[in-house]
Design a protein around this ligand. Structure first.
Ligand SMILES: C[S@@+](CC[C@H](N)C(=O)[O-])C[C@H]1O[C@@H](n2cnc3c(N)ncnc32)[C@H](O)[C@@H]1O
Length: 330
């Protein structure tokens, strides 16, 4: 999520990937920036160019090999989203349609970290159009980010600090009312780790994690991973490298998956996709205490200094058999 001010500030603040970009590239960048200043929107081409400029390694090494926007989804949603449509939304909704709806993966759709609900409203439109029987739950502190940890690296922008991006829940609700949309089945307020496990539905077919920080993404996995249906998808936004603004996100994904059967299957833009494997599906008796202790150990090992005391899902299932895999990013 980048506000207009943030994009403009980033254009000024971040150094280009190459000290002396080719004149043609400079001209293209200038055109993109001028259009953005004038209209407040960026074309997909400009967004891609920004990624290529600031995240060259990701763009090269982290692309979905066979992704084409789903035409049906595009026809239904893109017009409604107008100039707010983005690479993130086309990837998210196309994969949701092809893999979850058409693949008949059972379960709810959840979003952890919703801000003012821009993506939530698209998900609601998607559900109404293609999956009307699915439950939809959203989670946010509505008080902004928790404090940063060492793993998150240097704070680049003001809104990335503790309390950054706080919007009251009523603003989230108002966005739905304004567009005449049904509210999510559950709007759960609090830090992810403090929201009771029973407020996360079971099973979950699709989860979007957009908490920006190490602890937020790690906590999202802790709450949701165990409840995913086999074949279910977790999409993690801002899966970028450690030089970037979201250094903690990628580290959290990798730390959580290190002893799981899953890997990052593919990425597009800055979104990573993890597909839940059948072998680690939710089953078996409660191992809540062991899992909580393991989480706290891992959290401490990764210097997650922030925050409210951990309150971990009381009944996550036994962890899957340990299976280390070579691929840790796409
Ligand atoms: C980048 S914004 C989400 C943008 C939204 N997904 C969208 O696409 O429009 C991050 C949101 O995550 C919330 N957040 C981050 N960490 C959280 C945590 N640990 N618990 C609860 N909310 C959190 C913040 O309050 C903020 O609203």
């Amino acid at each position: 999520m980048l506000s207009r001010a943030a994009v403009l500030a980033s254009a000024a603040a971040l150094p280009p990937a190459h000290a002396h970009p080719a004149p043609a590239l400079e001209a293209r960048q200038a055109r993109c920036l001028a259009t953005y200043q004038r209209t407040g929107t960026r074309s997909d081409k400009c967004v891609r160019q920004e990624y290529a400029q600031y995240h060259p390694t990701i763009v090269k090494g982290c692309q979905a090999k066979n992704f084409t926007e789903n035409e049906e989804v595009k026809a239904q949603l893109r017009k409604k989203a107008g100039d707010k449509w983005s690479m993130k939304l086309d990837y998210l909704t196309s994969r949701l349609k092809e893999r979850i709806v058409e693949g008949k993966v059972p379960g709810a759709i959840v979003e952890l970290g919703v801000y003012d609900g821009r993506t939530s409203r698209i998900l609601r439109r998607f559900i109404d159009a293609f999956a009307p029987d699915r439950e939809f739950h959203v989670y946010d502190s509505f008080a902004g980010l928790p404090s940063r940890a060492d793993a998150d690296g240097k704070q680049v922008r003001q809104e990335d600090g503790e309390g950054g991006m706080a919007v009251p829940q009523r603003r989230f609700r108002y966005g739905f009312e304004r567009e005449n949309l049904r509210l999510p089945d559950g709007i759960h307020e609090g830090f992810f780790r403090n929201i009771s496990a029973s407020e996360y539905p079971t099973p979950i077919a699709f989860a979007f994690f957009d908490g920006d920080l190490y602890s937020s993404v790690y906590d999202s996995f802790v709450q949701v991973y165990w409840k995913m249906s086999p074949g279910g998808i977790i999409m993690v936004h801002d899966y970028t490298d450690h030089h970037g603004r979201f250094a903690g996100v990628k580290k959290a994904v990798e730390a959580f998956l290190q002893d799981k059967a899953e890997t990052v299957t593919e990425c597009r833009g800055l979104i990573a996709m993890v597909v839940k494997r059948p072998s680690s599906a939710h089953s078996g008796p409660s191992r809540g205490a062991a899992s909580a202790a393991r989480y706290v150990r891992l959290r401490d090992r990764n210097s997650i200094a922030n925050s409210p005391p951990a309150r971990v899902s009381p009944s996550p299932p036994p962890p899957p058999p340990q299976r280390l895999t070579a691929q840790r990013s796409c």
